[in-house]
Design a protein around this ligand. Structure first.
Ligand SMILES: Cc1cc2nc3c(=O)[nH]c(=O)nc-3n(C[C@H](O)[C@H](O)[C@H](O)COP(=O)(O)OP(=O)(O)OC[C@H]3O[C@@H](n4cnc5c(N)ncnc54)[C@H](O)[C@@H]3O)c2cc1C
Length: 417
């Protein structure tokens, strides 16, 4: 007789949901969490507000996942955003929908989500043991038999690995689950930081540190080819670029940098005007302000801290009166405003990445159960799998949906045996 029927490794959103579902179905379930607190990462999501899920419809939702949203179909068919919202509301946490279908707790506090899920798991009968870092799995003749915890062995009839990815390791997600899976035959798709800021060449960004541009278009160029674009906010940091648009372009940029491709991000500072309309506006402004210094005209076009950068990159003398700006210089200015280009040379480390791309290959996981096709009784849930999504609440939905399915499937497995 085993110590527990089910052991869940990791008390993040995926692990807690899995454990709660298994317990609700009557399985004696233990969660082992290496940190002194459960769900630390969940508590800092959405800048402390927790973007829980998204109201996008099913097919739109799947399209936000990489490399293959199709794998999520079964889990989402069983437990989707409407179910998660209803579940959270039932725990006594009202939710609101914001721009882009993003769902948050009405209180704006991720801590409220953490507290209510922990209470729910406790009420379901889940036992959570903290400061318990699992070091390996026990597997015998193709069946999981339990886990190793330092010098201790705890036996179980099924194990769910929900140890998360490798991003923000200070929250406990240090990639331990990859080693556990790999040592029992699972292939690990090489992991990389994703939804991560980018480092730029040169020192231009040093002058712009903390400048925040809103309503701009960022375009990713890989080997001279326009590859993707995003509209919204760009933040300058002493090392380079951050902000929602940059994060959303980062997955492709990281991939390209890893294959030694040339990567640029071009910022369109005037996305509402095409090149022709912008040129007409510049011509009009230069005519109207003929005697004024050219520099004063720039004040109406750009945030103050961008002006010296614009001047040095377009090489137009600041001392010129507006009427002295030649048509060639005006064209150069127009082009720069539409295409402020920065070379990307590196990406920031895992400690700054919202999500991990790569992980346990989904080819060896049954999407109907989240069960391993290699080790019987072994299940996976959450970010540990080779799936990552855009910002917008998609990643947490995946953690909860896959946890829900893994918990139920583990109990099914027990009853079938
Ligand atoms: C700053 C930040 C903001 C984010 N904001 C959002 C957002 O607003 N919306 C969204 O959808 N997504 C967001 N994400 C992503 C989201 O947090 C993750 O996708 C999600 O937490 C993954 O859940 P998980 O349960 O799979 O893993 P995790 O939340 O990483 O939990 C894994 C748990 O396993 C434990 N563990 C690891 N190894 C062991 C071991 N050997 N033994 C025992 N326990 C172990 C860890 O300590 C951790 O508690 C954000 C991520 C970050 C970093």
């Amino acid at each position: 007789m085993s110590d527990y029927q089910i052991i869940v490794i990791g008390a993040g959103p995926a692990g807690l949901m899995a454990a709660g579902q298994a317990s609700l179905l009557g399985a004696k379930t233990l969660v082992l969490e290496k940190m002194g607190r459960a769900a630390i990462k969940l508590g800092i999501t959405g800048k402390g507000r927790c973007n829980l899920t998204n109201t996008a419809d099913y097919s739109d939702f799947l399209s936000h996942f990489n490399p293959d949203g199709g794998f999520c179909r079964q889990a989402f068919a069983r437990f989707f955003s409407t179910d998660l919202i209803a579940f959270i509301n039932k725990l006594g946490v009202p939710t609101i929908v914001e721009r882009g279908g993003r769902v948050f707790p009405e209180s704006g506090r991720a801590g409220e989500i953490v507290a209510s899920i922990l209470k729910w798991a406790g009420d379901c009968g889940v036992i959570i043991r903290k400061r318990a870092s699992v070091s390996g799995l026990l597997v015998d003749q193709g069946y999981v038999k339990g886990i190793a915890l330092n010098d201790q062995i705890i036996t179980a009839d099924a194990v769910i690995i929900a140890t998360g990815g490798a991003s923000y390791p200070a929250t406990g997600s240090t990639g331990d689950g990859y080693l556990m899976a790999e040592s029992h035959g699972h292939y690990i798709v090489p992991v990389q930081p994703s939804l991560v800021p980018m480092e730029t060449a040169g020192d231009i960004v040093l002058q712009l540190s903390d400048v925040n541009l809103r309503n701009v278009r960022a375009t990713l160029w890989i080997d001279e080819k326009k590859t993707a674009e995003a509209f919204g906010e760009v933040l300058f940091r002493p090392y380079g670029l951050a902000g929602p648009t940059i994060l959303s372009l980062s997955r492709m940029a990281v991939k390209a940098l890893c294959s030694n491709k040339q990567v640029y991000i071009s910022i369109d500072l005037k996305p509402a005007l095409n090149q022709q309309k912008l040129d007409a506006r510049l011509r009009r402004d230069l005519d109207l302000n003929g005697k004024k210094e050219f520099q004063s005209l720039l004040k109406g076009l750009l945030p103050g801290r961008l002006i010296p950068v614009c001047i040095s990159m377009t090489k137009i003398s600041i001392h010129k009166a507006s009427h002295q700006v030649t048509s060639r210089e005006r064209k150069r200015l127009g082009q720069w405003l539409k295409d402020f280009r920065l070379e990307i040379i590196r990406f920031r480390p895992f400690s700054e990445a919202i999500i991990t791309s790569g992980g346990v290959s989904t080819k060896e996981i049954d999407p109907r159960t989240m069960g391993s096709r290699i080790v019987k009784g072994l299940f996976f849930a959450g970010e540990i799998l080779d799936l990552d999504a855009d910002t917008g609440g998609f990643n947490l939905q995946w953690a909860f949906s896959s946890g829900w399915l893994a918990g139920k499937s583990a109990v099914n497995f027990l009853s079938q045996r």
